[in-house]
Design a binder for this molecule. Sequence first.
Ligand code: 4AD
Ligand code: MG
Length: 430
Amino acid sequence: MKITIKEASKYVDQQVTIGCWLANKRSSGKIAFLQLRDGSGFIQGVVVKEEVGEEIFAKAKSLTQETSLYVTGTVQKDERSPFGFELQVNDVEVIHEAVDYPITPKAHGPEFLLDNRHLWLRSKRQHAVMKIRNEIIRATYEFFNNEGFVKVDPPILTGSAPEGTTELFATKYFEEDAFLSQSGQLYMEATAMALGKVFSFGPTFRAEKSKTRRHLIEFWMIEPEMAFYEFEDNLKVQEEYVAYIIQSVLKNCQLELNTLGRDISKLEKIKAPFPRITYDDALKFLHEKGFEDIQWGDDFGSPHETAIAESFDSPVFITHYPTSLKPFYMQPDPNRPEVVLCADMIAPEGYGEIIGGSERIHDYDLLEQRIEEHKLSKDAYKWYTELRKFGSVPHSGFGLGLERTVAWLSGVEHVRETIPFPRLLNRLYP
Ligand code: 4AD
Ligand code: MG
């Protein structure tokens, strides 16, 4: 019977064959322990010389790291392993011998590991992070489908720039200039007017010369957009969504969180609703904390965000930023037009901003005025302003950065470990 490692629990005391790779091994004169992986999971294979005989034992002992194999044996319960099962090996068949695998069990530096990303992905830790990423994506589709949202796909090649023009990757669209999408939001607004509640999930590109542990050049964003949702309604969706993905990861990724040594007590505490703090109050708080230089109208950097986040056990919304700091499309507060009806969600434990969102301007004249103030091309945004001409309604939305969320839930320091092939400043290989 050919099975995957994940299915082992269903085959206790039965003989099975597993297609796998040798991740690591230990052996003595009488017994060899093979750490086997097949993508679905990790299991220890135990080879006892007295049981398999000289020849198979010698073969098992000489296996090299990352050799591909068919291993046949009996599944046994094993209380000591986190997985709960091991394989009592009867036979080993080599499919392909790996010679001099570069990533050995000793420690390697980050640049070496990134150069070998195509192989590094096989490690137990990277496997765990990718499984958590997958669970967040799965739970995202589940949450939004349960809530009546429709998944739609905005274009990646675009002619306009939602978040400002400085961070765009320019390309040619035959004779025309085009850009790689930095956010699908404007298109999502159009689809919300057609389908009510929508969400997208896709790659976004930012030509930012940032070299921090939170910045990727190419990252994936989940962008919901909701017709008839105002500022408060928007925050409610966000906190319920984030609480939902945390619960899903805690429930379905126990092994992976354990592999990563994640302190899950910090995640278990998190329940919606999340605390809110206005930009003004956050500024006061920062002044009290000794950040004296920052003034009204300045953006918060990561040290500021971290200082604010540290005073809460859960994610926190920072709301009502100065209008001058934010993109043209955000709805000014009617009582105080110098601030906008926006919120950034800041993750705890120093993981920074994971969501940016706002209510959108739905008044045609105001939007035109903002486009002028931002010196943007009226022609390029004609279709976008037209959404305000034909049955305009209040609407809101947000974007969640997948990689920062994976980093936070996995407890990994740097976003470079949260995407299969990270695009970083100075890195396009592999
Ligand atoms: O705050 P941002 O720039 O918001 C937007 O793009 C809106 N148009 C979204 C919307 O309202 N539909 O980006 C949203 C999130 C950030 O909070 C952050 O989590 C992530 O995307 N993000 C990045 N993640 C990794 N690397 C980068 N360079 C990122 N830039 C933003
Ligand atoms: Mg932002």
